[in-house]
Ligand binder design. Structure first.
Ligand SMILES: [Zn+2]
Length: 119
């Protein structure tokens, strides 16, 4: 089991959901690294993008459509955004998830808050 199956998909942890369907959940990252930091996860346990296969056609389409829809308002506010997913050793949680992020960086790679220098 993993964080997304155990906490998010099970509903154990309350998160700020943006989209919730039979196949996926999109929510605001609980510890955002960026001003806008959205996580999109399939409900079904799939390890990563690398293990997605053609039997997941319906899910793939819904994932891409959801990512596209979510990026539109963000792009119009921030001028753009980044969509990413990690695989293998780059994944802290071995459950396929996508990030959408935009705006100012709030934390460094270790998760420590970045404080703006005082003027
Ligand atoms: Zn999982």
């Amino acid at each position: 089991m993993d964080f997304y199956c155990d906490e998010i998909i099970s509903g154990k942890m309350t998160v700020d959901k943006i989209v919730e369907t039979d196949q996926l959940i999109a929510f605001h990252h609980t510890q955002p690294y960026w001003e806008v930091h959205i996580v999109v996860v399939p409900r079904r346990h799939i390890e990563s993008l690398a293990t997605l296969d053609s039997t997941e056609e319906g899910l793939m389409l819904e994932l891409i459509q959801t990512l596209a829809e979510l990026t539109q308002p963000i792009s119009s506010i921030y001028g753009g955004c980044r969509v990413s997913t990690n695989i293998g050793s780059y994944q802290e949680t071995k459950h396929l998830h996508w990030y959408i992020h935009a705006g100012k960086r709030l934390r460094d790679e270790s998760g420590a808050p970045i404080h703006s220098p005082t003027p």
